[in-house]
Design a protein around this ligand. Structure first.
Ligand code: PCA
Length: 213
C-alpha cells in the first residue's frame, strides 16, 4: 500500500510552512504503508496540476494533503472541500480570486473519503490534540481539497483522500506572540497516525442506508 502526502510552500510573508516541515520529517514507511511526498505551490493556478502529476507518478492508495491554518489550536482533519475560491490574501502568484468556483461544472462540495473520525480518535488516544473540522476555508487549501477529491472521483484507480490543517509551529508563534502552535515532531506523528489508521480502515462516510462506504 502506498500513501502520497503533500505539503505547501510558505505563503503570506511567512518564511516556513509547518506542512512542508512536517512532511519532510515523515518516515519512508510505516508498517505496510510506503510514503511518498511532494510539495505543492500555494497557487490557485498551479497547485492542482502539480498534485495530479504527483498522483499519476506515485500511484498511491491514499492521498493526504497538508497545509497551515495559522491560529488553529488542533490538528484539524477536514471533512469537506467546497466549490469556492475566495481569498483573504493574495496567493504566491499574487492572485486573489473573490467568489469564483474551483470548477465551473463541478458539484458544490466533495467530502473527504479518509476515515476522519477514526483518525481523530487515534490521534487523541496518542496524546495529540485533534478535531474534525467542517471548514477548510476558501483559500488554496480548500481549493486543493476540492481538486483532490474531484481528481479521485474521476480517476480509474480507486484512491481515498483527505486534508489536514495544522497550527503554526513554535518559531512562527514566537514571532507573532500569543498564537497557538505545535511542534513539528508532533505534527509528523499525527500524520503518521492518520496514514496508519486510514490504511487499516474504510472511509466512514455513510450511505443513505447507513452502510459505511
Ligand atoms: N495554507 C493555506 C494555503 C497553503 C497553506 O499551507 C490555506 O489554508 O488555504
Amino acid at each position: 500500500m502506498r500513501a502520497l502526502v503533500t505539503g505547501f510552500d510558505p505563503f503570506g510573508g511567512d518564511k516556513v510552512n509547518p506542512s512542508s516541515l512536517a512532511v519532510s520529517r515523515l518516515k519512508r514507511r510505516i508498517g505496510r504503508v510506503e510514503i511518498v511526498t511532494a510539495t505543492l505551490p500555494t497557487s490557485y493556478a498551479k497547485s492542482a496540476g502539480v498534485l495530479r502529476k504527483a498522483i499519476d507518478k506515485a500511484k498511491p492508495d491514499i492521498v493526504l494533503c497538508v497545509g497551515q491554518a495559522g491560529g488553529r489550536t488542533d490538528l484539524c482533519l477536514e471533512r469537506v472541500g467546497i466549490n469556492v475560491q475566495d481569498a483573504r490574501i493574495p496567493d504566491n502568484d499574487r492572485k486573489q480570486p473573490i467568489d469564483v468556483p474551483v470548477s465551473a461544472k463541478g458539484p458544490a462540495a466533495y467530502f473527504a473519503t479518509l476515515p476522519i473520525k477514526a483518525c481523530v480518535a487515534a490521534m487523541r488516544k496518542e496524546g495529540l490534540p485533534a478535531i474534525v473540522s467542517n471548514t477548510a476555508g476558501t483559500f488554496v487549501c480548500n481549493h486543493i481539497l476540492y481538486s483532490l477529491m474531484d481528481i479521485l472521483a474521476h480517476h480509474a484507480r480507486p484512491m481515498r483522500g483527505g486534508f489536514l490543517h495544522l497550527p503554526y509551529v513554535p518559531e512562527q508563534a514566537a514571532r507573532l506572540g500569543a498564537a497557538p502552535s505545535m511542534a513539528v515532531d508532533d505534527i509528523a506523528r499525527g500524520i503518521e497516525i492518520i496514514l496508519k489508521t486510514s490504511a487499516a480502515r474504510k472511509s466512514d462516510i455513510r450511505t443513505a442506508e447507513g452502510k459505511i462506504s
